[in-house]
Design a protein around this ligand. Sequence first.
Ligand SMILES: *Cc1c(COP(=O)(O)O)cnc(C)c1O
Length: 400
Amino acid sequence: MTIESTTNVEYGFGTKAIHAGAPIDPTTGAVIEPLSLSTTFAQSEPSKPVGLYEYSRSANPNRDNFEAAVAALEKAKHAIALSSGSATTALIIQSLPMNSHIISGGDVYGGTHRYFTKVGVTHGVTSTFVGNLVEDLESKIQENTKLVWLETPSNPTLTVTDIAKVASILKNHEAKTGSKILLAVDNTFLSPYISNPLEHGADVVVHSVTKYINGHSDVVMGVLATNSDELHDRFRFLQNAIGSIPSPFDSWLAHRGLKTLHLRVRQAATSAQQIAQFLTQHPAVLKVNYPGLKSDPNHEIVVKQHRDSLGGGMISFRINGGAKAASTFTSSTKFFTLAESLGGIESLVEVPAIMTHGGIPKEERESNGVFDDLVRVSVGIEDTDDLIEDVRQALEKASK
Ligand SMILES: *Cc1c(COP(=O)(O)O)cnc(C)c1O
């Protein structure tokens, strides 16, 4: 069986994860796609390829299959894979006209902030970061605003934003002025299992595949997905022209990882919910950020925007005792490895202020809730009880 990446076929998520972009090999019958390492493909006469492919940067079977699978899971017409999440961000920015203005949510991924402010400037990109897109977006729109960048939940304070509301502000703007502003949603933290931003009005959805989609912390890769043929053509052209493409092997590995996305994300989110509840009751914890908590200020949006109101696998919390306690906690966990990144089968823990978000000026960081005592947790798929016990003993060490 083959499932095409069409939006009108509504199989369940797990069925699509296993079968989309996974044709049985017609010559050998192989159930798992062969790895296609050839960089070039034979032609029968000039400019007449024997098969579907010419040169591996432009397209290759493993990347095509991975893209088809992601498109199916994001309920998109098209997906385009790149060599990293950052290359995906870069590609979207490079697709904008010279001197474009971007409006971005405040606490975005550190590398995204860095790209907007340090790299985009070389082709005249300016950016405005706002604390709350729903409230602040309209007043920040300029004549040259071409893109709104939204991360939900945000990183690392896990603030959920109502995508449909942001999309409707942009639709109204377009109706009034005739100028279209693209809405890009970085869906890395939730994965397509929990949320499909295109359904809520985003024009393009972006993932660092490095995180949940691959899920095994052994591939750096990115992908974007869209329903727009025009955007797809533009991005596809740039994918080939810029050449920041993933290798066939990475495409193959990420495709393998994606097949268990639903199982991994559900397990991680189920554990994260219990760990977050445990943290809220612990005296050494000042504040817990977790969208799955009923007490979360944006839980209402979670209920309408996330599958089964799942909060995802990421938690952040402020620990009593400042930077020192954060350091002791993160060095004392047994199963939560102290490391950057997230979304893998193994649990990780880090201190954003000096690790992932160290490049953002302190004042700007703190205005977004990223204090020195903030700890970020990526919950893996180990047994829930073992994870809770690990958090408990590390909190005890940190509060001594
Ligand atoms: C990791 C990450 C990125 C960047 O992806 P890379 O694959 O590391 O380049 C972008 N956005 C978010 C939310 C991320 O977590």
